[in-house]
Write a new protein. Structure first.
Length: 319
């Protein structure tokens, strides 16, 4: 039997869907807020968010304001008299008037071990930095970005071969339980919020297009982590003879040769598996496992090389 606790849910991407689904099964969803449909694809057709798709299929009221700059949008929320507003990867800043309107709290489900990786891309930045662990956290929202007290969190280990895809899915599935526990603790007045430490604060800045271009002067281990971090989106790209090439997966490779005359980005050999070996910064090497020519399918490097020629001495370049 559902609780009559009234919740406004705010979220946008696929990451948020399991949380909305679970909260919907336990509480009354008054309405769902998500970012407006966006033009996408070659035909620039309007595409609704995964949250809007779920909400409409379950006959939930959906609202898609561009922002909360006008009083009409704010008053609309206040009139709904929510007990909670629950936010998971919504992507729109809420003003103080909205944060203060629920009977209990505005809760944010954030994908990091706060205060590490506040901001837009915590999953990618944790992998890119080589973190050994992260967390899903339920936080009381404040006007400032991801600074509020944490009610409850769950630590999630990051495996050595973790990609943003795999970590995204694990955290998305863990988030609903954290949020449900937080809601129930607040309702029963058993919550004990912990203020975030002022030490160890880092910011997970939004992924920029310039980061998708592979800089072969970086050490191999850093490039491997970058590939893992950007695997889901937007990917990492290089060029070979004016062809745009996406590198999906690579391993650090130990190559016992004196290559002082060579330049980062150069193909210096092939591994026992037949995979190309690329010289990187600080005399390190990457073995390219999965690769894709623009407009073609992703392939294992062996399959790729049956239809595309790479020679020792040639370069992968930034361009």
């Amino acid at each position: 039997m559902k609780s009559n606790t009234r919740i406004i849910f705010m979220g946008t991407p696929e990451f948020s869907v399991p949380s909305l689904k679970e909260i919907f099964s336990k509480f009354e969803i008054v309405s769902v807020y998500t970012q407006p449909p966006k033009n996408s694809g070659r035909g620039l057709k309007k595409r609704i968010s995964p949250i809007q798709n779920f909400a409409e299929k379950n006959n939930l009221i959906v609202r898609t304001p561009i922002n909360f700059a006008d009083s009409e949008t704010i008053n609309e929320i206040i009139k709904q008299e929510p007990d909670f507003i629950v936010v998971v990867a919504y992507g729109i800043i809420l003003p103080l008037s909205v944060l203060n309107c629920p009977k209990y709290l505005c809760l944010n489900g954030h994908a990091s071990d706060l205060p590490r990786w506040r901001g837009a891309a915590p999953i990618q930045r944790a992998i890119e930095a080589g973190d050994k662990a992260t967390a899903v956290s339920a936080m009381i929202m404040e006007e400032t970005l991801d600074t509020g007290p944490v009610i409850i969190k769950k630590i999630i280990n990051i495996q050595e071969d973790e990609t943003s895809n795999s970590l995204h899915d694990k955290m998305s599935e863990e988030m609903p339980n954290i949020l449900l526990n937080a809601i129930n603790l607040v309702i029963s007045n058993q919550h004990n919020p912990i203020n975030q430490s002022k030490n160890g604060v880092t910011y997970a800045k939004k992924i920029s297009s310039s980061e998708t271009i592979i800089d072969w002067t970086m050490p191999g281990i850093q490039l491997k982590r970058k590939l893992q971090a950007l695997s889901k989106w937007p990917g990492c790209w290089t060029h070979h003879k004016n062809n745009r090439i996406r590198i999906h997966d690579a391993n650090v490779f130990h190559f016992d040769r004196n290559l002082k005359e060579n330049t980062p980005g150069q193909i210096v050999g092939f591994s026992p598996l037949g995979y190309p070996i690329i010289l990187c910064g600080k005399s390190s090497f990457l073995e390219i496992i999965e690769i894709q020519r623009e407009g073609k399918s992703k392939m294992n490097s062996n399959d790729f090389l049956r239809g595309y020629n790479l020679e020792i001495g040639e370069f992968f370049e930034k361009k």
